[in-house]
Design a protein around this ligand. Structure first.
Ligand SMILES: Nc1ncnc2c1ncn2[C@@H]1O[C@H](COP(=O)(O)OP(=O)(O)OP(=O)(O)O)[C@@H](O)[C@H]1O
Length: 254
């Protein structure tokens, strides 16, 4: 895995969008290495905003986010790139290059390590090609090595996206509604892949709408509502009734 151990410390973080919407409201969260944290909450609660703040796809308005003790909210240039390499991000819509092969998509996970010239022309090392094959094997997709991404089902595409994210050897895996568009069987496969990464020692943070899946996979559940952290418990202390509070309507949400 990467250089660190995978801790995430969110200190009093707020995010106000330019139009004045409060995305996050004074969030404090301390995630230890190897946890499998599921973030639940209504649509608009701030789940995506929080994940995007952690890997700095969004700048925060206030507060700091320490990854292995280093504040990513103020990192620049090389330091930011290095921190980002330690974090894999898995999206709802897979974000694959549809017309490229599975292999090429997975190798794209190494692009941050190559010159623009080499990555443009696909000049990847033998070692990286072997690594790509090994990661595809890990998600049971090795037989699709030469298949074009647009010929795969949604679930298969997500598994390729997971294999791609493994190319960075991350310590932290963030997944934003990774199973939102998948059927129950593929959902289980993708969640099992994330579980597998967690078993390998990676810290996993997943946004989910499904309470059932949260209960099945999480070691800890965090609830957001209206940008505020309203719930944070290890799975052993979670009571199904707790979700009523997290999902209570506040008037302007789904
Ligand atoms: N780019 C943006 N500009 C302005 N407001 C935004 C922007 N992105 C998100 N928001 C607002 O910030 C709040 C939190 O949104 P966010 O997408 O983080 O919620 P979420 O919990 O991930 O929702 P979902 O489950 O629907 O993905 C919402 O009120 C949303 O409308």
């Amino acid at each position: 895995m990467g250089n660190g151990v995978g801790t995430i410390k969110v200190n009093d973080v707020s995010k106000i969008y330019p139009n004045g919407t409060i995305g996050l409201d004074h969030i404090n969260l301390d995630i230890q290495s190897g946890e499998f944290v599921v973030i639940v909450g209504l649509s608009g609660a701030g789940k995506s905003t929080l994940l995007r703040a952690i890997n700095r796809l969004h700048d925060v308005s206030e507060g700091e986010i320490l990854l292995d003790g280093v504040d990513i909210t103020k990192a620049k240039g090389k330091e930011l790139r290095q921190q980002r390499r330690n974090i894999a991000m898995i999206f709802q819509n897979f974000n694959l290059v549809k017309r490229a092969t599975v292999a090429r998509n997975v190798l794209a996970g190494r692009v941050g390590y190559y010159s623009t010239f080499r990555s443009t022309f696909g000049l990847f090392s033998k070692e990286d090609k072997e690594k790509a094959a090994a990661n595809l094997d890990r998600v049971n997709m090795l037989d699709k090595y030469y298949t074009r991404a647009d010929e795969l089902s949604g679930g298969q595409q997500q598994r390729v996206a997971i294999a791609r994210s493994m190319m960075q050897s991350p310590n932290i895996v963030l997944a934003d509604e990774p199973i939102a568009s998948l059927d129950p069987k593929t959902t289980k496969m993708v969640m099992d892949d994330l579980q597998h990464l967690n078993d390998m020692g990676m810290t996993v943070v997943v946004n989910l709408h499904s309470v059932e899946l949260a209960m099945a996979y999480a070691t800890r559940i965090v609830g957001l509502r209206g940008g505020k952290l309203v719930y944070d418990k290890p799975i052993a202390e979670v009571n199904a009734d707790d979700f009523d509070g997290i999902y209570a309507e506040t008037g302007d949400e789904e």
